[in-house]
Design a protein around this ligand. Structure first.
Ligand code: ZN
Length: 137
C-alpha cells in the first residue's frame, strides 16, 4: 500500500505529540510511537516505565499491542512512526524489533525521527535481518 506524504507527516506528528504522555520518571527519556492502519486509524503509544525496570514497556509495543486489542492484524498496518528527542534517529530496541517481526510485515515502513524532526524510512526487514520468525524447520 502506497503511503502518501501527508499521511507520513500526520503519523510522525502523532508519534511526536504523544511523547508528552510518556511515563518516564526514571530515564526521563520519552518516546512516542504511532501506527497507521488501512482504515486510517492511528493508534499511539508511549513508553511506560516501572521501578522494576524489566516491567517497562516501550512506546512501539504499547501501540502495537493496543492495535491487537482493537482487532487489527499485520495485514492492516500501513506504517509506524517512532519519535524521541534524540540527536540521531531513534531506533526501536531489539525487543520491539522482534515484536515488529511478529506483528508487522517485512516491508512495513518504519519512520524514525529525531529531535530536529528529520525523518528516516526503514523497513522491518532492514531493522531485523535474519529475523527469527517461525518455528517451522
Ligand atoms: Zn522497545
Amino acid at each position: 500500500m502506497k503511503i502518501q506524504e501527508n499521511q507520513i507527516k500526520l503519523l510522525v506528528e502523532k508519534a511526536q505529540t504523544i511523547k508528552e504522555r510518556a511515563y518516564v520518571p526514571y530515564s526521563h527519556f520519552p518516546v512516542g510511537a504511532a501506527v497507521l492502519y488501512k482504515d486510517d486509524t492511528i493508534i499511539q503509544g508511549v513508553n511506560v516505565e516501572n521501578v522494576s525496570f524489566g516491567a517497562t514497556n516501550c512506546a512501539e509495543r504499547t501501540a502495537l499491542f493496543t492495535g491487537i486489542a482493537n482487532g487489527y492484524s499485520k495485514e492492516d498496518i500501513v506504517a509506524i512512526a517512532v519519535s524521541a528527542n534524540t540527536k540521531d534517529y531513534i531506533t526501536p530496541c531489539s525487543i520491539c524489533r522482534q515484536v515488529m517481526v511478529e506483528l508487522c510485515q517485512a516491508d512495513t515502513p518504519i519512520y524514525l525521527t529525531n529531535g530536529n524532526n528529520d525523518i528516516k524510512e526503514v523497513t522491518v526487514d532492514e531493522l531485523v535481518p535474519y529475523a527469527f520468525s517461525t518455528l517451522d524447520n
